[in-house]
Design a protein around this ligand. Structure first.
Ligand code: NAD
Length: 481
């Protein structure tokens, strides 16, 4: 079973005011493994009140005190990493090794932001007149609402929380109801780390009702959201009502450009490994593979071999390399995208449906497509499934135009050892992050975020904490009247 879940409000665990719950489903077995409370408006008002109290007290902590709390949280996460990782696998289906890596990366964000808390530098301006001074200070924004997706249920809340708490804000976190356990574990760890009461609340329930209640309250200073472009747009409209500040980490459709000098087999293996990680349910997942025609056949063969050899099964089995999709919506999306590509003339090179070995669960085979028509849905919509369309190109300018043609711009990748090609392509790619000969773009020290419709703002790195701070300008005249 998953952990027993209750709302975390004012440092207290409670059921929702009317006792309503939603089921948590194990995607590998389709069985209910727990339940999550549905917060009522009264619960949300209590969370807001506690968060306002928390914000006043977090702000009064010194930066060094906040830093020490975050360090303790990092240690707490590491201590509980096995338990949290298991719950992540149970709720999302991802292999245990991926869950462990996610939880340890979450701890790194707390360590990183423990340092950033101590490095918020204001500045003093050169005076215009004698005996005067302009000074710029950075202050915490106040109450932050954070809403996160299910695909990285520890890391996504952890990135937001660690930066907001480092800045001296309080946070009301609404994780995904499909994979909430890691967020509740973070609440337990926060409570033990010595943060002021109300520094963190965790609520779950009806997402649209929660976001509109929080945003219309006039008490939330910033909404930090990770999820789909569609919901991001809805939230932007709701935030406009009170001009609430926004950070949006949204979807993408990562192009990969494989230039003729790249090693076709080694690059195909790296591409396939990245594509099928978390069954393709990664916002920076490579999802459109543009291979130079001269090496396309060798690349395709190696990619298909990797896809066929992947061990699929329950993520709790240590031998398993790819688990199920997290929910039935993703399974249906995979089916629909493949059917549409094939109807438009695409060729199926591997996979294409439910693996014969898995009769239950939301399992979908690692799938490779070729000759996909330019108008196929999979080349335009973020797939978020383990389906890889392999496309060919001849010309540098043409492939860049194809890569940049979508309204998204989260991550893009290129493979070449030619310095000039790498420089020109990286410069021209419209993306918040570019991986050159590598896919590992997410790290605590590196800013993470997108351009165009992939989002607003950055998480991680030196920029992450900035999202939760506001500048205050002071002018002093050193002369009593
Ligand atoms: P989603 O937008 O459906 O849900 C994300 C969160 O928003 C969840 O907590 C959900 O409960 C909530 N939500 C859903 N509908 C809502 C509504 N009407 N009002 C308020 N909240 C609502 O996305 P998802 O399917 O959970 O996650 C997949 C998406 O997240 C993909 O598009 C993926 O690319 C994106 N993502 C982006 C990043 C990033 O850092 N850029 C990271 C991970 C995932």
């Amino acid at each position: 079973m998953s952990r027993a879940q209750r709302l975390f409000i004012a440092d207290d665990w409670r059921d929702s005011a009317d006792g309503a719950v939603l089921p948590i489903i194990d995607p590998a077995t389709e069985e209910q493994i727990g339940s999550v409370p549905v917060a009522t408006p009264t619960d949300l008002d209590d969370a807001l009140e506690a968060a306002e109290y928390g914000a006043r007290h977090c702000r009064r902590l010194s930066a060094h005190e906040r830093s020490a709390c975050l360090r303790r949280m990092a240690q707490g996460i590491r201590k509980q990493s096995d338990d949290i990782a298991r719950s992540v696998t149970l709720e999302t289906g991802k292999p245990l090794a991926e869950s462990r890596a996610e939880v340890l990366a979450t701890a790194e964000h707390f360590d990183w932001n423990a340092e950033e808390a101590r490095r918020v530098y204001g500045h003093v301006l050169q005076e215009r007149e004698a005996d005067t001074r302009f000074e710029v200070r950075y202050e915490p924004l106040g109450v932050v609402a954070a809403i996160t997706a299910w695909n990285f249920p520890a890391l996504l809340p952890g990135r937001k929380l660690s930066a907001a708490l480092a800045a001296g804000c309080s946070v009301i976190l609404k994780p995904s109801e499909e994979a909430p356990s890691a967020a509740f574990a973070l609440a337990e760890i926060a409570a033990a780390a010595g943060l002021p009461t109300g520094a963190l609340a965790v609520v779950t329930g009806d997402p649209a009702r929660i976001s509109s209640h929080l945003l219309s309250s006039g008490r939330v200073r910033k909404l930090s959201f990770t999820g789909s472009v569609g919901v991001g747009k809805l939230l932007m409209q709701q935030a406009a009502h009170g001009l609430t500040k926004l950070a949006l980490e949204l979807g993408g459709h990562g192009p990969v450009l494989i230039f003729p000098d790249a090693d076709p087999e080694a690059t195909a293996t790296a591409c396939a490994r990245a594509k099928f990680r978390n069954a393709g349910q990664v916002c920076i997942s490579p999802s459109r593979f543009f291979v130079h025609r001269s090496i396309a056949a060798r690349f395709r063969d190696a990619f298909v071999r990797y896809a066929r050899d992947l061990r699929i099964g329950n993520g709790l089995d240590p031998e398993v390399e790819m688990g199920p999709l997290t929910n039935t919506r993703r399974f249906e999306a995979a089916q629909a995208l493949v059917a549409d590509a094939l109807a438009g003339g695409g060729k199926l090179l591997a996979g294409g449906g439910r693996p014969a070995s898995q009769q239950r669960g939301f399992f979908f085979e690692p799938t490779v497509l070729a000759d996909v028509a330019p108008e196929a849905r999979i080349l335009h919509e973020e797939p978020f499934v383990p389906v890889a369309p392999i496309l060919e190109f001849d010309d540098f300018d043409q492939v860049l135009a194809r890569a940049n043609a979508l309204p998204f711009g989260l991550a893009a990748y290129l493979f070449t050892n030619d310095l000039a090609t790498a420089e020109h392509a990286a410069d021209a790619l419209e993306a918040g992050m570019v991986g050159i000969n590598d896919f590992a773009l997410a790290a605590a020290e590196a800013p993470f975020g997108g351009v165009k419709q992939s989002g607003i703002g950055r998480e991680g790195g030196a920029l992450g904490i900035r999202e939760f701070l506001e500048a205050k300008t002071l002018k002093t005249v050193f002369r009593g009247n």
